[in-house]
Design a binder for this molecule. Structure first.
Ligand code: PHE
Length: 330
C-alpha cells in the first residue's frame, strides 16, 4: 500500500472517529508496534535500496508525525466536547430541593401580635432594655424598700456609687411611664420587647424572655374596654372560641389588678396575663390628671403565647439555637 493511500485511509478514519477509544484504535491500527500499517512500512525499509529508503523513509516518517498530530487534535476535541456535554443543564432531570430558612417561632408570634393589635388601631412602641430604677420601679408605684420589688428578680447593672440605679428591665411596664410622659391621651399602645429576670432557669423560666405590654388611656376607659380588647386579641390569635376567666390579683401599678386565664378547646385553664386599671399614683408620676383620665394596662409573655400555640414544652428550646427545633415552624 502506498504512503498516499495510507494517508487517505488514516484521514477518513480520524474524520469518522467519535470517541477516545476509536482514536486509540486508529493509533494501534497504523502506529501499533506489532502490526501497525505504517510500522510495517517502516520495518520494511531495511530491505530497500538506499534511494528508496531516502524517499519512502522520509515520507513515512512525515506521515507518522502527521498521524500523531491529527490524532492528538481529534482526541482533544472529543475530550472538550465530552466536558461540555457534562456541564450542560439538563432540564429533564429532577431538580435539587432548595432549602429555605424559616422564621423563629418567637419572631412569628411577635409579628402576629403586632398585626392583630395594629388592626385594633394600637400603636407599636418600643423602649430601652437597659432601664433606670426610676422607670422600672418608682414611676410604677414601687418605691425603694417596697416589698413588691421582690416580685421581680432583678439584674442590677454595676456602676459608680451614688449614680442613678441601672438595671435590665424586668418587664415592659416602664415604657408605660416613658410613653405617657411624652404623649397626650387618648391613645392605645402595645410595647413588645425583651425583659430580664435574675432567676434559675427551668422549663418555664428563662433569664430573658419577651413581653407585650398594653396601655390604653382616655377619658372614659373602663374594665369593659380591657375585656373587649383582650378577648378580641386572643380569639384572633388562637383562631378559635375561647373561655375567659378573670381573677383578682395584685400589681402595684394597677387598681384593681386582675389575672386573665383562658381555656382553649379541650384544654385546661391557663394563666396568660396580668392586667388592671392604671393606678392613680402612676398617672400622678407622669403628671396626668387622674380625676379626668382612666386607663387599662396589661402585660403578657410572648414566649408563653408561643408555647401554648405550638405546644412547646420547654421555654429554653426557643433560645437553644438548634435548627432541628426552629425548622418545625413553617
Ligand atoms: N408587668 C407585669 C409583670 O411583668 C405585668 C402587668 C402589666 C400587670 C401591666 C398588670 C399590668 O408581671
Amino acid at each position: 500500500m502506498s504512503i498516499e493511500q495510507l494517508r487517505k485511509e488514516v484521514m477518513s478514519d480520524i474524520n469518522s472517529a467519535k470517541t477516545r477509544e476509536q482514536c486509540d484504535a486508529i493509533r494501534v491500527k497504523f502506529l501499533g508496534r506489532k502490526e501497525g500499517k505504517l510500522t510495517e512500512i517502516l520495518k520494511s525499509l531495511k530491505e530497500m535500496s538506499v534511494e528508496e529508503k531516502r524517499v519512502i523513509g522520509s515520507a513515512a516518517n512525515e506521515l507518522r508525525q502527521y498521524i500523531e498530530h491529527e490524532l492528538n487534535k481529534k482526541t482533544e476535541y472529543i475530550v472538550a466536547h465530552e466536558q461540555k456535554k457534562k456541564n450542560r443543564f439538563d432540564v429533564t432531570k429532577p431538580g435539587k430541593r432548595v432549602v429555605s430558612g424559616v422564621l423563629h417561632p418567637l419572631t412569628k408570634v411577635d409579628k402576629e401580635v403586632r398585626t392583630i393589635f395594629s388592626s385594633l388601631n394600637f400603636t407599636i412602641v418600643e423602649g430601652p432594655e437597659l432601664e433606670t430604677e426610676v422607670y422600672n420601679f418608682d414611676s410604677l408605684n414601687i418605691p425603694a424598700g417596697h416589698s413588691a420589688r421582690d416580685m421581680w428578680d432583678t439584674l442590677w447593672v454595676k456602676q459608680a456609687p451614688n449614680s442613678e440605679g441601672l438595671l435590665m428591665r424586668t418587664h415592659t411596664s416602664p415604657v408605660q411611664a416613658r410613653y405617657m410622659e411624652s404623649h397626650n391621651p387618648p391613645f392605645q399602645i402595645i410595647v413588645p420587647g425583651r425583659v430580664f429576670r435574675y432567676e434559675a432557669t427551668d422549663a418555664s423560666h428563662e433569664i430573658n424572655f419577651y413581653q407585650i405590654e398594653g396601655l390604653m388611656v382616655g377619658p372614659d376607659i373602663t374594665l369593659a374596654n380591657l375585656k373587649f380588647v383582650i378577648e378580641t386579641f386572643f380569639k384572633k390569635f388562637f383562631k378559635q372560641k375561647i373561655e375567659f376567666r378573670y381573677r383578682p390579683s395584685y400589681f402595684p401599678f394597677v387598681e384593681p389588678g386582675i389575672e386573665v386565664d383562658i381555656k382553649l378547646k379541650g384544654g385546661k385553664w391557663l394563666e396568660v396575663m396580668g392586667a388592671g386599671m392604671v393606678h392613680r399614683n402612676v398617672f400622678d408620676a407622669v403628671k396626668y390628671n387622674h380625676t379626668e383620665l382612666q386607663g387599662f394596662a396589661f402585660g403578657m409573655g410572648l414566649d408563653r403565647l408561643a408555647m401554648i400555640k405550638y405546644g412547646v414544652p420547654d421555654v429554653r428550646l426557643f433560645y437553644s439555637g438548634d435548627i432541628r427545633f426552629t425548622k418545625n415552624f413553617k
